[in-house]
Design a protein around this ligand. Structure first.
Ligand code: AMP
Length: 190
């Protein structure tokens, strides 16, 4: 299995589709948001640093994130493919991921971009706040996260385009139809 980078705004479904893809293809899964929330829950030093950024809707500094990513990647079984969910979020992270993988004889595989209109994103995140109680799913922090996404993360789509691995999927109203298109893309690229 090739690696997959799942890319999109907060609320675009990265976590939801990752879970489905992981179950279908038996891949490894790195969600940097989940890693950070785990550190916060366990009260680690890293968790204490991360909490300040997450609660404000800001990105954790690149150096720290790149280190966490490499350690998490190295802890996973090899040869099954990994889905990167929530990483990279900046050009520096993308360059670092490419380098880290090539040093290990691996590559980025394919990028799957989820495009969803902002009204739908906001409704999903507010709903998630009720269902999951995530501290950063409140209206003020959500707005900040959208701003960070537009300024720092969205420009990465062109970077992936230049790498020749960008595959874009625009929300079409049902999860099943989105998944069918995504699976077809994964199968074609493997
Ligand atoms: P997520 O669960 O992917 O929405 O991430 C939640 C929060 O964790 C983000 O708003 C950031 O504060 C932080 N975070 C997750 N992944 C990254 C990353 N690759 N770079 C910087 N910050 C991150």
């Amino acid at each position: 299995m090739k690696n997959i980078i799942i890319f999109g705004a907060p609320g675009s479904g990265k976590g939801t589709y990752s879970d489905e893809i992981v179950a279908k293809y038996n891949m490894g899964h790195i969600s940097t948001g989940d890693v950070l929330r785990g550190e916060i829950k366990n009260g680690t030093e890293l968790g204490k640093i991360a909490k300040g950024y997450i609660d404000n809707g800001q990105l954790i500094p690149d150096e720290l994130m790149i280190d966490i990513l490499a350690k998490t990647y190295d802890s996973l079984p090899k040869g099954q493919g990994v889905i990167f969910d929530g990483f990279p979020r900046t050009i520096a992270q993308a360059e670092a991921l490419k380098k880290m993988l090539s040093e290990r004889g691996d590559d980025m595989g394919m990028m799957i971009e989820l495009v969803v209109d902002e009204e739908t994103l906001l409704a999903r995140l507010l709903n998630r706040a009720i269902e999951q109680g995530r501290a950063d799913d409140n209206e003020v922090t959500i707005k900040k996260r959208f701003e960070v996404y537009h300024n720092q993360t969205a420009p990465l789509a062109d970077w992936f385009e230049k790498e020749g691995i960008r595959n874009t999927f625009t929300w079409n109203g049902t999860k099943e139809a989105m998944l069918a298109d995504i699976y077809a893309c994964i199968d074609k690229n493997n």
